[in-house]
Design a protein around this ligand. Structure first.
Ligand code: AMP
Ligand code: MN
Ligand code: ZN
Length: 702
């Protein structure tokens, strides 16, 4: 202990040299974290040394033990230590009955308790360090100042909360309150389809068609005057006949054959926007008004469109389009797409009319949301974001264009707002309106610039129209769950998981996907990526350990912690083998099929390095030949397979590999969620939340 004392004195001296610093001490006696850590480390080293110099287990210890004085001293010190440890564990919310001899069978269980608690504490340290570094900052939706959200709270995870124990239900209630807004999906006439099936276009009438809608799409089977079972049958027959048509872009043909009128490829005369104060702005939330809007739009030659969606902060599995803003040269419309979700398809009349230009800013997501929620398509679009890029304006945000051309200062404060709120607060209403009000003028100005930068030739204009058309051709793809979709996410992690961790990750991924679809919540709401990775990494032995991996604890994790615990336990039963994740794709089936007894049953709860099965060079070649992979990580130096392992290998060898379809091809693998930007040739992940750790490029090659 001497060395640490002198450390502390040195430390105090340095503090005293700077009397002004005393007030700013990190904690009493330490001027900063470094000084504290240095002192702490010294103490730990001294304690370790002292412990190592105690009489060793065996003869030496037994001899000392025979002296009553020594025995008594050991017991009081031991009790003191256990008490101290209990208190620390208790403080961290771990199981802490270190001193309760009735509950413990012995040293081994105490050791487990310490290991678990260390896990929990280190995890907390990790989380706090992440927080301090700004990594896991959770994004809260923005609310206008003074906004009082409605108190009605409806959520499916409320169901179980009500009948559970009193302590827990109050906690659930508190969490519910934090959600604040009524779930609009409960009012949708047509239920949201989160099923694990591909998206089929929601279109049953096709205005402005050159090529008619395939017969399989033109009538909703439920609209036919036949019994439900027969309608189902007809629907199925049609589906089988026209699988390709079913999934095709309904306006593919029209877009492919879109011919731009001459005047759109020449220099325009900019038409100034009307001042906000002189422009009528209507909120449209009923069919009658919507029909009127549609009639007005049909008479225009161009109008601007924008959408507000709310996926952030986890309110639905697929996100919800909450608002549509439309501006003509004379009027602004704010359309409630929650209220009119099933009626908005009527706007296809103007939206797909090739003679009417639809101006968007950055339409990539809008095009998908229009298809997904409203069954709307765009024929003849001009994307001002694409124009800005083509002109190399440096910054391509709408704010920048508004400042540049209209000298309007907009702030994007409400971009991530909860757009489900009704009645829409005035600030949000005005904000939404500004997104399209100036856009037609911006469109004019951009076209003038494109013309001029292009030396009075239409090439640049043509390029923008072309890029915009490509965006209109995008098809909405529903995220589909497959047996190995978890690998997409895993690849982005730098971690090399062992078989147990990989199994846990796979099971948690499946659990999360299923629950998110079922409860209509985003996967990030059910269990954020970084928490899922932490749980898989640590494999907590206790439900409490799972909770400790999550900060804040997602409500569904708290509710289903026992189910999660079972999944983690199941993972812990896997034979332990370090897996390099790059080939986990090929190998996961092999090691994770419990029915293939490659290494025989193991008690893997306490596997030491020496227990981990290893491969001989021969077994490497053997594995290569059956799963067609490139390399295998041997955990230790090659040893010999045990008789049981050899036997198991021979059994496996006799099988044909039934999993070839899961093996990686030599192609580049791209996440299904990645969006391809044809101009940069870069795949962009839908970067909605910060939870997507280490977002590496989505591409991956073996
Ligand atoms: P905007 O076109 O800028 O009005 O944005 C439309 C919608 O896109 C917003 O309502 C948000 O739901 C979503 N959005 C825009 N920017 C972001 C962002 N940085 N992160 C996540 N969502 C965004
Ligand atoms: Mn937008
Ligand atoms: Zn907007």
């Amino acid at each position: 202990m001497d060395s640490s004392n002198s450390d502390k004195q040195n430390n105090n001296q340095s503090v005293n040299e700077d009397p002004a610093g005393v007030d700013n001490e990190f904690c009493p006696g330490f001027k900063d974290v470094d000084a504290f850590v240095k002192y702490g480390l010294g103490t730990v080293v001294a304690a370790t040394k002292a412990s190592a110099s105690l009489p060793q287990v065996g003869d030496e210890y037994d001899l000392y033990r025979s002296f009553p004085g020594f025995q008594e001293f050991c017991e009081t010190q031991g009790d003191g230590l256990l008490h101290c440890m209990s208190q620390i564990m208790h403080h961290h919310g771990c199981r802490a009955h270190m001193r309760d001899r009735n509950k413990l069978t012995g040293l081994e269980e105490r050791f487990d308790l310490v290991v678990d608690s260390n896990d929990v504490i280190l995890e907390k340290v990790g989380i706090l360090l992440d927080d301090a570094a700004g990594v896991n900052r959770s994004q809260q939706p923005v609310m206008p100042a003074g906004f009082q959200p409605p108190k009605i709270v409806v959520s499916s995870w409320n169901r179980k909360g009500g009948d559970s124990g009193s302590g827990r239900s109050s906690e659930t209630f508190r969490l519910l309150q934090a959600k604040n807004v009524t779930r609009p999906q409960l009012k949708f006439r047509e239920k949201v389809d989160n099923s694990n099936t591909p998206f089929t276009p929601k279109i049953f009438v096709k205005p402005n068609a050159i090529k008619p809608l395939p017969s399989c799409r033109s009538q909703r089977p439920e609209d036919l005057d036949v019994p439900a079972a027969l309608a189902d049958f007809i629907h199925q027959q049609r589906t089988q006949e026209h699988v390709e048509d079913m999934f095709a872009h309904p306006y593919q043909y029209e877009l492919d054959h879109l011919a731009l009128p001459e005047h759109l490829l020449s220099k325009p005369e900019p038409q100034m926007y009307k001042p906000l104060a002189e422009t009528k702005c209507s909120f449209i939330d009923n069919l009658e008004d919507l029909v009127a809007v549609n009639e007005k739009l049909a008479k225009t030659s161009e109008f601007a469109v924008d959408l507000e969606d709310f996926l952030l902060n986890h309110v639905s599995f697929l996100g919800i389009t909450c608002l549509m803003q439309i501006s003509t040269r004379d009027e602004d419309f704010i359309i409630d797409t929650l209220e009119l979700r099933s009626e908005l398809y009527i706007l296809n009349e103007a939206f797909t009319d090739p003679a009417i230009v639809k101006v968007f800013h950055g339409a990539d997501s809008d095009i998908e949301w229009l298809q997904k929620d409203l069954g709307l398509y765009i024929v003849n679009m001009f994307d001002t974001h694409q124009a800005s890029r083509t002109l190399n304006l440096g910054r391509h945000s709408l704010d920048h264009l508004l400042k540049l051309f209209c000298n309007v200062d907009s702030d994007k404060r409400y971009q991530l707002a909860d757009w489900r709120i009704r009645p829409l607060p005035d600030e949000m209403f005005q904000y939404a309106r500004a997104d399209t009000h100036y856009l037609l003028y911006v469109y004019d100005r951009l076209r003038v610039d494109l013309w001029e930068v292009g030396n009075g030739q239409p090439a640049l204009l043509q390029m923008v129209w072309h890029k915009s058309k490509d965006i209109s051709l995008k098809k909405y793809m529903k995220p589909l769950f497959t047996e190995d979709s978890y690998m997409d996410l895993l690849r982005k992690q730098k971690k090399a998981f062992n078989t147990q961790q990989l199994t846990a990750f796979r099971l948690l991924y499946g659990w999360r996907d299923k629950l998110a679809r079922q409860e209509d919540e985003s996967t990030g709401y059910v269990l954020p990526n970084h928490m899922m990775i932490k749980i898989s990494d640590i494999l907590p032995k206790e439900p409490q350990g799972i909770i400790a991996c999550c900060n804040p604890v997602p409500p569904l994790v708290r509710q289903q912690v026992n189910e999660l615990h079972l999944l983690v336990q199941q993972a812990r039963e896997m034979p332990l083998l370090k897996v390099r994740h790059a080939w986990g794709h090929a190998m996961h089936w092999f090691f994770l099929q419990p029915e293939i007894p490659l290494f025989g049953p193991h008690d893997t709860s306490r596997v030491s390095e020496s227990d981990i099965p290893s491969f001989t060079p021969d077994s490497k070649i053997y594995l290569k030949s059956i799963v067609n992979i490139n390399y295998v990580d041997t955990v230790k130096d090659p040893g010999h397979l045990t008789v049981a392992q050899q036997k198991a290998c021979r059994v496996v060898e006799s099988f044909q590999n039934p999993f070839r379809m899961y093996l990686p091809s030599n192609d580049i693998h791209i996440s299904k969620n990645a969006k391809f930007d044809p101009s940069t040739k870069i795949y962009e992940l839908p970067g909605i939340t910060s939870e997507c750790c280490n977002c590496a490029p989505a591409s991956f090659s073996e």
